[in-house]
Design a protein around this ligand. Structure first.
Ligand code: NUP
Length: 221
């Protein structure tokens, strides 16, 4: 995945035409588009290929099953045209290995959730987040999903994985996180949903966040 704008759009609208329009409008400001259950359940799996015309697509299915089922899910995701899949880490190494095995067969990427960005993410997941990050490193995942709502946690995860894995970070805007803070903490990409797709002008909202990120990086990228 290219790292130009350092931004991923979370496309959680439930209307196909709206999704395609937003994708067209914001494509210059995003490196990837993340789709999940809301859009796919509403419009069908073909939306992945449709959106892939604008940017690489990350399928946020938070895959969390036994290895065999994970394998079957990941095959469907990559057959549908996704460039990467998001999986849970708490199901353990064998489940993660199954996803990574299929991803490498397709030449695609796996992101592992270490700790979720909502307040409840601190309840059960935070205490095991470091262990999940270590596992993802050993299993050679492509990256981790770490919370933009807690930049200090992104910093901790960065220390563990050093520069060997990437970090994508949701929770900017609607959930209270700030793009420049989480980029400063060590995230490679921020994930932004509602602040863009619910804005009066998604394009202008995306431009503003992209500029904030570039100002933070100050030419470092
Ligand atoms: O920990 C996570 N937090 C989170 O918000 C892991 C995620 N995958 N997400 C997703 O990121 C969430 O499902 C949504 O698609 C997006 C954030 O959207 P928003 O809060 O910017 O609207």
């Amino acid at each position: 995945m290219e790292k130009n704008t350092h931004m991923i759009l979370a496309m959680d609208v439930t209307d196909r035409e709206e999704a395609l329009k937003i994708a067209e409008d914001v494509q210059e400001f995003v490196d990837a588009i993340k789709v999940g259950y809301p859009l796919i359940l509403a419009t069908g799996l073909d939306i992945i290929r449709d959106l892939a015309e604008f940017a690489p697509v990350i399928a946020d299915f938070k895959v969390a099953d036994i290895p065999n089922t994970n394998r079957l899910i990941c095959e469907q995701v990559f057959e549908a045209g996704a460039d990467a899949v998001i999986v849970q880490g708490f199901t353990g190494r064998d489940s993660l290995d199954a996803c990574i095995e299929i991803a490498s067969e397709y030449g695609k990427d796996v992101f592992v959730v270490s700790e979720m960005s909502h307040p409840g993410g601190a309840e059960f997941m935070q205490p095991i987040a470091e262990a999940i990050a270590k596992m993802a490193l050993e299993a050679r995942a492509f990256g981790l999903v770490a919370p933009a709502t807690r930049p200090e946690r992104v910093k901790e995860i960065r220390k563990i994985i050093r520069d060997r894995l990437t970090i994508i970070s949701p929770g900017v805007g609607a959930q209270g996180g700030k793009a420049s803070d989480v980029i400063a903490a060590g995230a490679d990409w921020v994930i932004v949903g509602r602040s863009i797709y619910k804005a009066e002008s998604p394009k202008e909202a995306a431009r503003e966040i992209a500029e904030e990120i570039q100002a933070e990086l100050g030419g470092k990228n």
